[in-house]
Design a protein around this ligand. Structure first.
Ligand SMILES: Cc1ncc(COP(=O)(O)O)c(C=O)c1O
Ligand SMILES: [Zn+2]
Length: 402
């Protein structure tokens, strides 16, 4: 394990990493720092060839010390699918989908949960509480079960129903709130203050992001360390995009990649687009988005604690932020299934819609290598597909045109 300390990206304060910790005293999230010189000596690309195809293959860049503390359900090394049919249709022949739809619990949240819960177990945490839009709560509840950590999950009443079942069956305590994730966060903060529980809210602990950063490590490895030009990411709390940027910085420090970073694109829904608004106004922080509403429920985050880090990653890579309408998200979901056979979640579908918009605007050029990040399976969102097939009687026939 090569963790050297925790550091604050806002005020540069540093903290030791062997005790449970939440935010910096200035209120900013903390990030894990590694002794990169030491890591570079002990970890080489060649080591990867012998390792299992899961995210623990990058263990030198992860914060869990002892193997016995690792809680794993086989997460990581998801496929990077070339989207040949769609690519030729929209004149982007080098279009790829990093597909998190087949990971345990059905969304990329499994990565943050695997690393976050393993580290929580290592630090002796017994009870944790988490506000969520559904998928993160489901993943943390399920990973907490084998770690023997009690999980208390609070999600909006309007969140899609499947994560509720995942929380319930894992034995977690589940509460619904008549409000948004920001309201769930306030309720969790009160419980944490009252009972001394660990607060596992987005970016209020430093380890979830380490799990999510493995998406960036995998993309680099899957492209044989020659980076794509653009990565589009559905952005809610922003942990994924911050994590991908952190992964690229660490790979650069290791000397495993060089040249330009991919331009990172934060994709949001026009029903909740605080990062897009801040980017358009060239701001370094976002403002609370009132009346947030989108069917891409995972990205309904009116104000992200790590907004300044998301915006920094966009500015530093020459990226941008794009808002897409719900109707276009549904069209993109259908396009991906009908052309490529992937049933993606609406958050993932939003990235296709954004890529099409950016192509039309000339911001993405046809020769560029472009990665869409599908953060989860469409199977978790059955309500996004309306089906009313004809019902046959046993002696009916199917018409000749199918
Ligand atoms: C399917 C899905 N995609 C994307 C996101 C946004 O995640 P992030 O916090 O990394 O921005 C979420 C968060 O709930 C989600 O469930
Ligand atoms: Zn600070």
């Amino acid at each position: 394990m090569f963790v050297s300390h925790l550091s604050c990206p806002k005020c540069q304060a540093t903290y030791e990493s062997e005790k449970p910790i939440q935010l910096c005293r200035c209120g900013s999230p903390l990030l894990v720092a590694y002794d990169m010189a030491k890591a570079a000596k002990h970890f080489s690309k060649k080591d990867l060839a012998r390792r299992k195809a899961d995210l623990w293959r990058y263990r030198e860049l992860l914060p869990v010390k002892k193997e016995e503390n690792i809680v794993s359900l086989g997460e990581g090394m998801t496929p990077l699918l070339p989207l040949k049919n769609l690519g030729s249709e929209i004149n982007l022949p080098h279009l790829y989908l990093k597909d998190e739809g087949i990971i345990p619990t059905g969304t990329f949240k499994a990565r943050g949960a695997a690393v976050g819960v393993s580290r929580a177990k290592e630090l002796g945490i017994r009870v944790l509480a988490m506000p969520t839009n559904g998928n993160a709560g489901a993943a943390w509840a399920l990973y907490c079960a084998p770690a023997k950590i009690k999980a208390v999950i609070v999600m909006p009443e309007d969140a899609p129903p499947i994560p509720r079942g995942e929380c319930a069956i894992s034995g977690a305590s589940l509460y619904l709130v008549n409000g948004l994730i920001s309201d769930a966060g306030k309720i969790v903060a009160k419980a944490v203050a009252d009972y001394g529980w660990f607060d596992a809210s987005t970016l209020k602990e430093p380890y979830r992001i380490e799990g999510k950063k493995t998406m960036g490590l995998e993309i680099a490895e899957q492209f044989d360390w020659k980076l794509p030009d653009v990565i589009l990411y559905p952005t809610g709390g922003g942990v994924g995009i911050i994590g991908i940027y952190k992964a690229l910085m660490e790979l650069k420090e290791l000397g495993w990649i060089d040249g330009k970073f991919p331009r990172l694109v934060a994709v949001q829904s026009s029903g909740c687009a605080p990062i897009v608004k801040a980017w358009r106004e060239k701001k370094t922080e976002s403002e609370f988005w009132k009346d947030a509403r989108t069917l891409a429920f995972g990205i309904t985050v009116p104000k992200a604690l790590g907004d300044f880090l998301v915006l920094d990653a966009i500015y530093k890579t020459g990226g941008c932020a794009v808002a897409v309408d719900d109707a276009d998200i549904l069209k993109a979901e259908q396009l991906l299934a009908s052309r490529e056979g992937t049933f993606v979640c609406p958050e993932g579908a939003a990235t296709l819609s954004a890529a099409m918009q950016l192509c039309r605007d000339g911001w993405i050029r046809p020769e560029e290598k472009v990665v869409l990040l599908n953060t989860g399976s469409g199977l978790k969102y059955p309500e996004t597909v309306q089906v009313s097939p004809p019902v046959l009687n046993p002696d009916d026939r199917i018409p000749a045109d199918g």
